[in-house]
Write a protein that binds this ligand. Structure first.
Ligand SMILES: *[C@@H]1O[C@H](CO)[C@@H](O)[C@H](O)[C@H]1NC(C)=O
Ligand SMILES: *[C@@H]1O[C@H](CO)[C@@H](O)[C@H](O)[C@H]1NC(C)=O
Ligand SMILES: *[C@@H]1O[C@H](CO)[C@@H](O)[C@H](O)[C@H]1NC(C)=O
Length: 255
């Protein structure tokens, strides 16, 4: 009996240690090419109606090439909007009852806000790493009824069709440019703009992936330098012709 108990304790400890080892491997690295643990839920319906717009400043996600392959990020992952546009590979992890055997790749297009007055199910509060997926994406990795599942995730390069897109907003005195459809690292950390008769002008981030300047560039063709979080920069010269318009969308080069 005692021997059996000792054996049982020993086996349990071995199991626990190997679990710690696996979890440690998953959790231990900040590197982009390691799986890390998080959780995932979903929001919106199967059509993605509620996943449109959102805190990254993107608009119609279908027209902009993101489709339903999107996620909202908790505070710990959102980085105040700088992570918008980054791509994540995600799979359900270690839950035999609810996990499906599929890996998805999604782009961060929204923010999952914390709720500090919620005593439970406050998945998006810091420091939790949480993906609030579009419902179709959640249903690829887990059974719908699970509601929430443990996942592992990894940053992956974004694969996009066509060039980086620049949507010009604002007015005569204030230029705001939404930068989207960015391949590679995907998350833009710096944008510079140049009119045909100016030098490069540093833009500041307004919100999400909307970048602004008070420089008046009406009537000049526009060039952009876009830098992503991996330090790579792509310059697109004369993306918008001199007769560009507010509301116009212009296509540049791609990473
Ligand atoms: C979503 O799509 C389904 C099936 O096409 C449709 O029945 C439903 O009305 C749609 N919902 C919305 C909100 O568009
Ligand atoms: C899950 O996927 C892995 C790797 O793709 C495969 O080896 C395994 O057989 C799959 N398991 C099930 C239950 O489909
Ligand atoms: C936060 O959680 C509380 C308690 O569950 C709830 O009443 C409230 O509506 C939530 N706030 C938001 C903004 O969701």
């Amino acid at each position: 009996m005692a021997a059996n108990a000792t054996t049982w304790v020993f086996i349990s400890m071995v199991k626990l240690l190997s679990l710690c080892f696996i979890f440690g491997r998953v959790a231990g690295s900040q590197s982009n090419d390691m799986w890390r643990p998080a959780h995932a839920t979903f929001y919106g319906d199967m059509n993605g109606t509620e996943t449109m717009q959102g805190a990254c400043g993107y608009g119609d996600l279908f027209k902009q090439g993101y489709g339903l392959e999107t996620t909202a990020l908790s505070t710990a992952l959102f980085n105040d909007g700088l992570t918008c546009g980054a791509c994540f590979q995600i799979r359900c992890y270690n839950d035999r009852q609810w996990c499906l055997n599929e890996t998805i790749v999604v782009t961060a297009t929204n923010f999952c806000p914390p709720n500090y007055s919620k005593p439970e199910e406050n998945w998006c509060n810091p420091p939790l790493r949480h993906f609030d997926l579009s419902q179709p994406m959640f249903r690829k990795i887990a059974i719908y009824e699970a509601g929430i599942v443990p996942v592992i995730y990894m940053r992956v390069p974004c694969v996009k069709t066509g060039g980086i897109m620049f949507e010009i907003k604002g007015n005569q005195w204030w230029l705001m440019v939404l930068v989207y459809n960015v391949a590679g690292a995907g998350d833009v950390v710096d944008v510079k703009i140049k009119g045909s008769s100016t030098d490069w002008i540093q833009m500041s981030r307004n919100w999400g992936q909307n970048w602004q300047t008070s420089a008046i560039l009406t009537g000049q063709s526009l060039s952009f330098q876009v830098t992503t979080s991996d330090g790579r920069m792509v310059e697109s010269d004369d993306v918008a012709p001199a007769d560009w318009t507010f509301g116009g969308v212009y296509e540049g080069k791609q990473f």
